[in-house]
Design a protein around this ligand. Structure first.
Ligand SMILES: [Zn+2]
Length: 82
């Protein structure tokens, strides 16, 4: 969790483009709460269906780039192995 602590968690975004994704579901990822900001990206605490917690950027979540903590990429897909 060291990388999470490096973020500026004090600065809760107040600009109009900020969308609080807390409680929303993206694929196997559930957004738990606002985490912080790093540079131009806004991060949320996300929980994967496998139980992993990780920091997900709001940009990636909303465009569908973050659908799991990464466990799906490592696990081989059975559908393709016929
Ligand atoms: Zn996972």
């Amino acid at each position: 969790m060291a990388q999470l602590l490096a973020m500026d968690t004090r600065a809760y975004p107040t600009h109009s483009r900020f969308v609080d994704l807390s409680g929303q579901q993206f694929g196997d990822v559930k957004v738990k709460r606002y985490l912080g900001r790093r540079k131009e990206s806004i991060y949320f605490v996300c929980e994967c269906v496998c139980g992993n917690e990780f920091a997900g950027s709001s940009t990636d979540l909303r465009r569908g780039a973050t659908k799991s903590c990464g466990c799906h990429k490592r696990a081989p897909k059975k559908e393709k192995q016929r």
